[in-house]
Design a protein around this ligand. Structure first.
Ligand SMILES: Nc1ncnc2c1ncn2[C@@H]1O[C@H](COP(=O)(O)OP(=O)(O)OP(=O)(O)O)[C@@H](O)[C@H]1O
Length: 742
């Protein structure tokens, strides 16, 4: 049923410029100019280098800003050098995020999954995320776009032409490889992902995939959908750049998404690689309709090109979103990255339920896996079969709290941001603005700051009347004045419990220690580092196995330059903890959360090693010391325990020898060995130490984790009076519910 609201045309004005999107009451959509985007995320574009940064940001600061009716759309007049730099960066981003051969499939899955989790968590819903990748053969793809299949006539003309001999050689090699993999898996060795088979696919042969991601999240307001997905490119008319990015996560808070870029990139890539539109179904809680929108993007005019946008009957009262996009990609090469990503996401998000499916219309075999399958075996199966279904079950109902939105710390703002805050504030005068739009500035401190700004400033002056020079003065003072550090209350780390649970499930280590640091500050943004170090375990290679997470996103690429890798490799002297860095199986998990993760590089893939605040927090968090302490704590009881046991054994052996008391069978054997001193205190101590090492750490740690709950803040509970009418009362706690009957 169409409940109205159908639209078939792109959003545009007569002049061909994009129209300001209409804001509905549900709308929280904000838009951002490229200048704002790069000013706020200069690290990712490599602009944290002072000299380059100055050229660009001084130019931006001197440029004119015009605000439209909402104060949200910025037409930024830039000088040609800056314009060129901005455009180059956008294209570099596009190239690095999407156009690396095949990586597009991985990036698309990642962006959609992260949006899905953000959306469910925003409404405190335990996330249920379903991801499906459907491989589409060339014939099917052709029929989807209305192209008739043509048989090859001149086979040798094609890049993937193989002589009979070459084909036989390739197949034999592949069979040999598979045999080796099968043997390795049977022996419990790690199964290597084979390089993509050569000769099967020529240079021009593309693979197409439909990627569908469904969630149970917040959904999107009907009218915002086209802009959320369909505004994503520059419109470089002579000297102007129009708004490029839009999203709902621009407020200052810890979220996975931040840039307002990911979904647009997926759409632009689908436009570039297959030409097929994106399809979005979405409904918000309580809506009797769901929105269906099919759109692509008019890259030149920077407007969503809507094919269909309508409201449909929502009988099941479903809420969430389902995004469907058809892109070119490469499953063979990126399969293991995608599966690792899903698996690590399940580790850091144990309160979510994930279902991952890969289906191919050319497949002959299929496989269903649950997370418990051993890693190497599961990879082997995945290599041999095409269709794969993996479910990552929810392991806890305890969800970290939703990170609240916070205000900027005065030391975290630059000129452009102050201008934006002034444009958006509802406060009238300078005092109210300074006091209410920033954290850690009380009224009297705001008055002192304004006094310090000089005679041109007064507490009552209208904030919107500030000149550019006056804004620079405020900025300078914010940089020089003392402020208390922002608190970490606005952050929501995974929590030691979740991290520990993740490590145990992922690596089955012999020993693990976790650590959660207190909030620290980088450029006015609070951050928290949590870490876990483990030794031993299943499917863990010798040496360092590093797992990195930022705002609860697994980071899989560009590991070498990352602060965690560098710290683990260069700043930790593993030997001094009696851990052999190359021989032992060491797991290192580090999760960083912040209102702003200072990503480096062009994708959200690594955090630079040059930020000393983060580097030193990561180093401190390496809980090797804890691990050693844990070993020592258990070990320290061994001599006493051995002494006591051995004294008892000796006494028993004496009684047995003097026939005061008779022991039989194994017991008699043991006592005889004690008498003839083939069992001594030393051998007993050695055996006990070995046993302590081999004990089932998973159970012990689960126990320790649960008993650790008593460290949490306690809540008083009151037993209901017997006279009440209720028959029972429930006490809820994160790990159990206690029902008390009358
Ligand atoms: N599954 C979803 N459910 C609800 N809203 C969504 C969903 N996917 C996208 N959106 C909305 O679309 C906006 C744009 O998404 P996009 O992926 O482009 O950017 P982002 O997630 O804000 O930032 P980033 O580029 O860092 O991922 C989001 O801010 C969000 O409001």
């Amino acid at each position: 049923m169409d409940t109205g609201g159908s639209s078939e045309s792109p959003i545009e004005t007569k002049k061909g410029k994009s129209k300001t999107p209409r804001k509905t009451k549900d709308s929280v959509l904000k838009q951002k100019s490229p200048a704002e985007f790069f000013a706020e995320n200069k690290n990712i574009a490599g602009f944290d280098n002072v000299s380059v940064k100055r050229v660009m940001f001084d130019s931006i600061a001197n440029s004119d800003l015009w605000f439209d009716g909402y104060g949200l759309h910025h037409f930024v007049a830039l000088n040609p050098i800056v314009l060129l730099i901005v455009v180059m960066i956008i294209f570099l981003l596009l190239i690095f995020l999407y156009l690396q051969p095949g990586k597009s499939l991985y990036t698309t899955v990642r962006e959609l999954v992260e949006n899905a989790l953000d959306s469910a968590e925003a409404i405190s819903e335990l996330p249920v995320v379903e991801v499906m990748i459907e491989e589409i053969g060339r014939s099917k793809f052709n029929s989807m776009i209305g192209l008739t299949d043509l048989d090859r006539v001149d086979a040798e003309l094609y890049d993937d032409f193989e002589t009979v001999k070459a084909r036989e050689k390739r197949l034999a090699k592949e069979a040999r490889n598979q045999e080796i993999q099968a043997k390795n898996a049977a022996l419990g060795k790690k199964v290597k992902e084979p390089a993509a088979a050569k000769g099967i696919r020529g240079r021009g042969e593309a693979s197409f995939y439909r990627v569908i991601c469904k969630d149970n999240g917040r959904g999107m307001p009907h009218d915002d959908i086209p802009n959320m997905f369909g505004r994503g490119v520059t419109n470089c008319g002579c000297m102007h750049i129009y708004v490029v990015l839009s999203g709902t996560k621009y407020g200052l808070k810890q979220t996975r998404g931040k840039y307002g870029l990911g979904a647009k990139m997926a759409l632009i890539w689908s436009k570039m690689s297959t030409g097929l539109p994106i399809e979005i179904s979405s409904s918000m809680k309580g809506q009797n309709y769901y929105s269906f929108c099919r759109l692509d993007i008019d890259i030149h005019r920077n407007i969503p090109h809507i094919h269909l946008h309508e409201k449909r009957d929502n009988k099941e009262r479903w809420h969430g979103a389902e995004i469907q996009v058809v892109i070119e990609g490469n499953w063979t090469t990126y399969r293991s990255k995608i599966l690792h990503y899903m698996r690590q996401m399940a580790v850091i998000t144990p309160y979510a339920q994930f279902l991952f499916k890969f289906v191919s219309d050319t497949s002959e075999y299929s496989l269903s896996l649950s997370l418990s399958l051993s890693l190497s075996l599961s990879y082997l199966f995945i290599l041999l079969v095409k269709n794969v279904t993996i479910s990552f079950a929810r392991r806890t109902d305890v969800m970290p709290p939703v990170p609240p939105e916070t205000k900027y710390h005065p030391s975290a703002v630059d000129l452009l941001l102050i201008k934006r805050l002034i444009a958006e504030t509802s406060k009238q005068n300078l005092l109210q603005f300074i006091q209410h739009e920033f954290v850690n500035i009380g009224k009297s401190y705001a008055e002192r700051l304004i006094g310090e700004m000089g005679p041109d400033f007064s507490t009552k002056m209208p904030v919107k009347s500030l000149t550019s020079q006056q804004i620079v003065r405020i900025h300078q003072l914010f940089r020089q004045a003392k402020f208390d550090d922002p608190s970490g209350d606005c952050l929501s780390p995974a929590g030691e419990y979740n991290l520990r649970l993740g490590i145990i499930k992922e690596l089955h280590p012999d020993m693990v220690a976790t650590y959660s640091g207190s909030a620290q500050v980088f450029e006015g943004h609070p951050f928290i580092v949590e870490a876990g170090v483990s030794v031993g375990g299943k499917d863990v290679k010798q040496g360092l196995n590093i797992f990195r997470f930022a705002n609860r996103i697994p980071l899989l690429f560009e590991q070498g330059a990352d602060v965690v890798t560098r710290t683990a490799l260069k700043r930790i002297n593993w030997n001094s903890y009696k851990i052999n860095q190359t021989q032992d199986k060491i797991g290192v998990f580090v999760s960083i959360v912040s209102t702003k993760i200072p990503f480096k590089g062009t994708g959200k893939e690594y955090i630079g090693d040059d930020i000393k605040e983060i580097a030193s927090a990561v180093k401190v968090s390496f809980c090797v010391k804890l691990l050693v302490t844990a070993m020592e704590t258990v070990g320290k009881y061994i001599p006493d325990a051995t002494g006591a046991i051995y004294d008892v054994l000796q006494e028993m052996a004496r009684s047995h020898a003097a026939k005061r008391k008779r022991y039989e069978g194994e017991d008699a054997e043991l006592l005889k060995k004690v008498s003839v001193r083939s069992i001594t205190k030393e051998t007993l101590s050695e055996k006990l130490a070995q046993h302590v090492e081999q004990v089932d750490y998973e159970m012990a740690l689960e126990y320790a984790t649960h008993s650790g709950v008593k460290e949490e803040p306690r809540e008083p509970i009151y037993i209901q009076s017997l006279e009440t009418e209720k028959q029972f009362i429930d006490f809820h706690c994160p790990i159990f519910v206690f029902r008390l009957f009358q």
